[in-house]
Design a protein around this ligand. Structure first.
Ligand SMILES: NC(=O)c1ccc[n+]([C@@H]2O[C@H](COP(=O)([O-])OP(=O)(O)OC[C@H]3O[C@@H](n4cnc5c(N)ncnc54)[C@H](OP(=O)(O)O)[C@@H]3O)[C@@H](O)[C@H]2O)c1
Length: 365
């Protein structure tokens, strides 16, 4: 396994990280025994980055237990800045008091004294970036976290984040369909010593050559617009890539993954797999990577394929709040995002499911 530095940090990480969303049951029921198996296989393969979050069900607990004494050998990346609101919905809250309690709870569940990479899960448009940043700096000075990471920070939010020495990563969606980060953000991150950790490299399974079975109890993908409306387009896209994958002797999942991690500035992709075999298959592909010519060949197929993937959904606005950077919409799902001028409570707006941006045009409620 080859390892690469994460941004300006001293963390050397594997090109594939284990995403623990499935450990918490987000892709159907999951047992502690299965968690032990997949984490054990990851360690055997040399995978050393483990990404988790307090809101991935039992994932932190399962990961901490499965790592046991091997904890020192790995990079634990967890997240803070999301809580449940009064109605039990997840919402973003990066105020100091919310972060302090959350970090201590994560340390307990993960059975460790320190987090290697503590990531702010979502920007919180109701809290000034400096306030959150100072709290995270305190965590570094206390030795509770080694480095600060961001997640879902697009240009606007990165612009307000202090330029420091400890923020070393930004976790963003990146795959052959969602290429938004190529339009400048990747370069801006690189200039600030921030490495991009790609999530959904296989678009939650839609880029592996078939539509994943989402019938397991609690599988959050069932009914998600990505699956309901985009699945057929994704399958069409991967069908177009199949001849090239065959020529390179790669499975479609391997080609999709190798394409992501061969992009300069993207040292690691997180794979949310429940299968040790799949993890091994992808680790081999990540190690192999793609040459510039092979990447260009994929890009040619993508340019010619012209497959449209739906990524905008109507979203009711519950409340408009006054945030420090302008108006903020609390969406019916609980999350708060910056709102375009003129949007009012009760409106339905369009939301981009990749960037979380609301578009200015509103729909009739
Ligand atoms: N920061 C954020 O806001 C955010 C958001 C989403 C995700 N994430 C992180 O990113 C991680 C990965 O994202 P993700 O889980 O959504 O999607 P993903 O890794 O793109 O896709 C996972 C799916 O691909 C399938 N798969 C994996 N390898 C395969 C192979 N070789 N052949 C066929 N199928 C294969 C898996 O099924 P099997 O289980 O059968 O392998 C699973 O259904 C998450 O676990 C989480 O840690 C972060």
């Amino acid at each position: 396994m080859r390892y690469e530095r994460l941004g300006r940090s001293e963390l050397a990480i594997s090109p594939v990280g284990l995403g623990t969303l499935p450990l918490g049951g987000s892709y159907g029921p999951y047992t502690a025994r299965q968690a032990d198996q997949v984490v054990g296989r990851a360690l055997d393969l040399g995978v050393n980055l483990f990404d988790t979050a307090p809101n991935y069900g039992e994932a932190e607990d399962m990961l901490g237990r499965a790592l046991g004494r091997r904890r020192r050998d790995v990079v634990i990346a967890t997240k803070g800045g999301t809580v449940c609101d009064e109605q039990g919905r997840p919402t973003n809250d990066a105020r100091p008091e919310a972060l302090k309690g959350a970090l201590d709870a994560s340390l307990r569940r993960l059975r460790t004294d320190w987090i290697d990479l503590y990531q702010l899960h979502l920007p919180d448009p109701m809290t000034r970036a400096e306030q959150t940043w100072e709290t995270l700096q305190e965590f570094v000075h206390e030795g509770k976290i080694r480095y600060i990471g961001l997640s879902n920070f697009w240009d606007e939010e990165l612009g307000t984040w202090p330029n420091d020495g400890e923020t070393v990563s930004n976790q963003l969606p990146y795959n052959v369909v969602y290429r938004d980060i190529e339009r400048g953000l990747l370069h801006r991150c690189a200039r600030r010593g921030i490495g991009v950790i790609a999530y959904q490299p296989l678009l939650s399974g839609l880029l592996t050559g078939g539509i994943p079975d989402t019938s397991g109890a609690g599988d959050h993908r069932a009914g998600h617009p990505q699956f309901a409306e985009a699945a057929a387009s994704c399958v069409a896209l991967t069908d177009n890539l199949r001849p090239l994958a065959d020529e390179l002797r790669l499975s479609q999942a391997q080609l999709a993954l190798a394409w992501v991690v061969s992009r300069p500035g993207v040292p690691c992709a997180l794979v949310g797999t429940r299968s040790g075999e799949h993890l091994e298959e992808l680790s081999r592909a990540a190690d192999r990577g793609l040459t510039q010519e092979e990447r260009a060949a994929v890009d040619r197929v993508l340019a010619e394929a012209q497959v449209e993937v739906v990524r905008t959904v109507p979203m009711p606005v519950e409340e408009i709040l006054a945030g420090p950077y302008g108006p903020v919409a609390r969406l019916a799902m609980g999350i708060k995002v910056r709102a375009p001028e003129g949007v009012e409570a009760g409106d339905q707006v369009y939301m981009d499911i990749v960037t979380g941006r609301l578009s200015a045009g509103t729909m009739d409620a």
